[in-house]
Design a protein around this ligand. Structure first.
Ligand SMILES: Nc1nc2c(ncn2[C@@H]2O[C@H](COP(=O)(O)OP(=O)(O)OP(=O)(O)O)[C@@H](O)[C@H]2O)c(=O)[nH]1
Ligand SMILES: [K+]
Ligand SMILES: [Mg+2]
Length: 438
């Protein structure tokens, strides 16, 4: 990405009542003037005829907003054109903007410019990308909190403390020991240990923030004809998977996306577990097992009128929820393996709401919005883990110079999360997630 004046459709694609074209860069005032005749007063909507700067053809009557920098989203001179939302109007105005010296923006380029001009840090930029992608209320709340700087505030606080420790450590190196308060060196190690404890506590969140962002994966597992596909359809409220009385109906993994208590859940129906009759079914069963291994929660389904089979009983791990289906045919056993199963009949609907409530509880427990601020991405986790390792190194280091070096390394690791330590590779990863126009 390079400089210049950029524009993009900020509203969604397709025909709509209104389309918003957004501009940013040093040539914004010139481009708006070329189309609209003159600049409106800052931040006040004005109705203008937009003309092609070369042919003079009137393209639309639009609301024009002018945001002089630095008090704009990007920190640069910016503008918005609220057009009539037809594709030909948008195309005509885009062509006119190119004639006026602007160019189409790359994905994420507006927010990247905001970052470059110090309007937000990388975690806030990620929060904005998540806010645009949020499907559930829980995701929206987490994204908004991050976009408003909750993670940045936490990490900047740690950075300030590390910087203070580094200053003290360097004072220890610069000055003769007798000129400094006694015990300064030990105090640095003690403060570093306390900070390491806080970062470790933040990391020990059972991936709640990451799970809320990515979604919780729930796999349905069980013998053929236990009613797995029937359960998927009942929870999804639509016939997503084929149900039939023939054992071995489902071969592929069939997934639906659900909103359970504000947590996004991917629910996966799988092939019934048994000795496969052919290689297609064998592959289906391999996929079923793989999905169950990856899952955050496994719904292990038994048919109440059948003896629990050994293959399915093997899946009663700590993240398993045991369900006895078809209680309209036979009473649910009191225990299956070592668990009390949830009784269910997909024929009569008995137990379905209780199962749904239980699933909401389990999803919220794994990814619900906790009161504390959670990290949301593997890159946050990797950098914080690195910082923790450097702090442990500091505590063990015999020489003041080595301690200072470990502090600098820990600072660099945390700085990469917020982008205070500029690393081009990190920027490409973060802004590559965005859509064009943001
Ligand atoms: N009586 C009764 N029948 C059920 C119940 N749930 C499902 N069935 C029936 O059981 C049969 C198998 O249901 P499926 O949902 O296809 O079972 P599955 O576990 O997906 O089977 P595979 O994909 O072959 O592994 C169908 O005929 C369903 O109508 C129930 O609660 N009671
Ligand atoms: K079946
Ligand atoms: Mg099935």
């Amino acid at each position: 990405m390079t400089g210049g004046t950029i524009f993009a459709l900020a509203s969604g694609a397709g025909r709509a009542a209104v389309a918003v074209l957004r501009l940013s860069g040093p040539g914004t005032a010139a481009a708006v003037t070329a189309l609209a005749g003159r600049l409106p007063a800052p931040r006040l909507a004005s109705l203008r005829r937009l003309r092609h700067p070369e042919t003079g053809e009137v393209l639309d009557r639009a609301l024009v907003l002018w945001f002089p920098g630095p008090a704009s989203y990007t920190g640069e001179d910016s503008a918005e054109l609220h057009l009539h939302g037809g594709p030909a109007v948008i195309a005509g105005v885009a062509e006119a903007l190119v004639a006026a010296g602007a160019r189409p923006a790359e994905p994420g380029e507006f927010t990247r410019r905001a970052f470059v001009h110090g309007k937000l840090d990388l975690t806030a930029a990620e929060g904005i990308a998540d806010l645009i992608a949020a499907e559930t209320a829980g995701q929206r709340r987490q994204a908004l909190r991050q976009a408003e700087g909750a993670l940045a505030g936490l990490y900047d606080g740690w950075t300030r403390r590390l910087t203070g420790l580094l200053a003290r450590q360097e004072a220890f190196i610069e000055f003769e020991e007798e000129d400094l308060p006694a015990g300064l060196d030990d105090a640095v190690a003690g403060a570093a240990a306390a900070l390491r404890g806080e970062i470790l506590a933040h990391l020990a969140d059972a991936r709640r923030g990451e799970r809320l962002r990515e979604g919780v994966l729930v796999a349905i597992l069980g013998a053929p004809n236990a009613g797995k596909s029937s359960l998927l359809n009942a929870l999804a409220g639509r016939e997503a998977a084929i149900v039939s009385a023939r054992a071995g109906t489902t071969r592929d993994v069939v997934e639906v996306r659900l909103d359970l208590g504000g947590v996004p859940v991917t629910l996966a129906d799988t092939a019934g577990l048994r000795e496969a009759v052919d290689e297609i079914e064998a592959e289906g069963i391999r996929r079923a097992r793989r999905r169950a291994e990856e899952a955050d929660l496994v719904l292990v389904l038994f048919a109440a009128d059948e003896r629990p089979d050994a293959g399915t009983l093997g899946w009663l791990g700590p993240d398993a929820l045991v369900v006895a289906n078809k209680v309209d045919l036979a009473p649910a056993p009191a225990v299956i393996g070592d668990r009390a199963p949830l009784p269910l009949s997909l024929r009569t609907g008995e137990g379905l709401e209780a199962l749904r409530s239980r699933l909401i509880e389990e999803a919220v427990a794994r990814a619900g919005l906790a009161a504390e601020t959670s990290l949301t991405r593997p890159r946050h986790r990797a950098a914080l883990t690195e910082a923790v390792d450097w702090l442990a190194e500091l505590e063990a280091a015999p020489l003041p110079e080595l301690r200072a070096e470990a502090l600098r390394a820990a600072l660099r690791a945390i700085g990469r999360i917020t982008g205070r330590v500029g690393v081009e590779a990190v920027l490409d990863v973060v802004f590559g997630e965005f859509c064009i126009g943001k």
